[in-house]
Design a protein around this ligand. Structure first.
Ligand code: ATP
Ligand code: MG
Length: 392
């Protein structure tokens, strides 16, 4: 039974679109239905209306949503609107002990006989009279909102913020290098928020993908799938790489990190081509760790002939962690994990010299390692409807 009406405003990112805005809205409607048990999603006067089985669905999981509410719908007559506004204010007073309020009105229906200012004043006066609440227009405890579209009126007190952005599936496909750490997790979330269809590739230290899937990498992918419906992770074992680079002379062991980064990026680029993705991306941020010096980042770029994005390049670690905390990913993301990087030299080169890197790659036969590793890729899809309890 879908008996709760949702009033949904789409993002300013979508609002900025011109002739093709309809395509973005179509994808937003599709994602709302796919990611949540919403039905009859319709566009009405620059908003969306939808029906859900519960009043507490979390629409912030769908990029492109600016904010939403579960309003009370009343006939578009002023007395009915005042009655609903007063009733909602009374309920809020009883429930949460608010002391001050404001009224905000908007109308998409300019033929409605009252202007927004008059509505705000008159409904405000009625609420003061009925409840004794004080008016505070700058920091009210409670905001009573009225929205009028032709033939319909909505009154509500709680508006929930979404994450804005563009609907996943409107900006092309990208393949992210996902480590199971916090940076690449947030990089993937941010790319999806720009509307990209994100797939991930994860290099793991296990004997089969299912072990990584049942470990931290898979758990994080599952959490991300709340935002990226049907997220796919391509799991690649890196034991072949490890075996090939096992006995580098000590002088060259310092380069293993850069060689490994180039190996991952190249394999990802091949996979991206196979999957029809237009670019790959990482969670690198400039100078965060030894592998992310300018020299090492550019040495990776020099090793791939494919677009490589780094959405976090200028973010501070604290900012990245703040995102992860806000998304409730952080408790999971900070868990320890059997990380590839722990096996790699404790004293990595911070200034990679390309001649040395290329000589090592030649000698260990990196191309063959790449082909053999690609043959071992296992792909797992993460349905959005199979969500663990931390979603919110
Ligand atoms: P993260 O928090 O994403 O693990 P990091 O700060 O630990 O990043 P590095 O370990 O240097 O930094 O990794 C840099 C980037 O390389 C990661 O953000 C990710 O995109 C990619 N990467 C590292 N390890 C892996 C892996 N095992 N599989 C796939 N990609 C990886
Ligand atoms: Mg890491």
């Amino acid at each position: 039974m879908s008996e709760h009406l949702y009033l949904i405003h789409y993002s300013s990112d979508i609002g900025l679109k011109g002739k093709n805005r309809g395509d973005f809205i179509k994808q937003l409607k599709r994602n709302l239905r796919r990611q949540l048990p919403l039905q009859q999603v319709r566009e009405v006067w620059g908003r969306l209306l939808a029906w859900g089985p519960r009043p507490d669905l979390n629409l912030a999981r769908v990029f492109g949503v600016a904010w939403w509410a579960v309003p009370r719908e009343v006939p578009p007559r002023w007395e009915a609107i005042v009655e609903a506004g007063v009733a909602l204010a009374r309920e809020a007073v009883a429930r949460r002990g608010v002391r001050t309020f404001a009224v905000r009105a908007r109308r998409a229906d300019k033929s409605f006989p009252k202007g927004t200012l008059a509505m705000e004043r008159e409904l405000g006066a009625a609420i003061v009279q009925a409840t004794g609440l004080g008016v505070n227009l700058t920091r009210p405890d409670l905001t009573v909102r009225v929205e009028i579209i032709p033939g319909r009126a909505f009154v509500f007190t709680d508006a929930h913020q979404g994450f804005q952005g563009l609907p996943v599936g409107t900006a092309g496909k990208v393949l992210g290098l996902f480590s199971g750490g916090v940076d690449s997790l947030i990089a993937a979330w941010l790319m999806a928020r720009r509307g990209a269809s994100v797939e991930l590739v994860h290099f793991h230290a296990f004997t089969a993908a299912r072990y990584a899937h049942h470990d931290k990498a898979g758990h994080l992918a599952q959490a991300l799938a709340a935002y990226i419906p049907g997220l796919k992770v391509h799991y690649v074992p890196y034991h072949l790489f490890q075996a090939a680079t096992l006995d580098l002379p000590p002088r060259e062991a310092r380069y293993e990190l850069v060689v490994f980064r180039r190996f991952m990026a190249r394999l990802a680029a091949r996979l991206a081509r196979q999957r029809g993705a237009a670019a790959i991306f990482t969670g690198d941020s400039l100078a965060q760790v030894a592998s992310q010096t300018m020299e090492n980042l550019t040495a990776v770029d020099a090793g791939v002939d494919f677009p490589l994005f780094r959405p976090l390049i200028a973010f501070n670690k604290q900012e990245i962690i703040a995102w992860a905390e806000r998304l409730k990913f952080y408790d999971l993301a900070k868990q320890p994990y059997k990380d590839c990087c722990s096996i790699i030299s404790r004293n990595p080169a911070t200034r990679a010299r390309l001649e040395v890197v290329e000589a090592i790659e030649q000698r260990v036969g990196l191309e063959g390692v790449l082909e053999a590793s690609l043959a071992e890729v296992e792909t797992i899809a993460y349905p959005a409807d199979d969500l663990p309890a931390w979603e919110d």
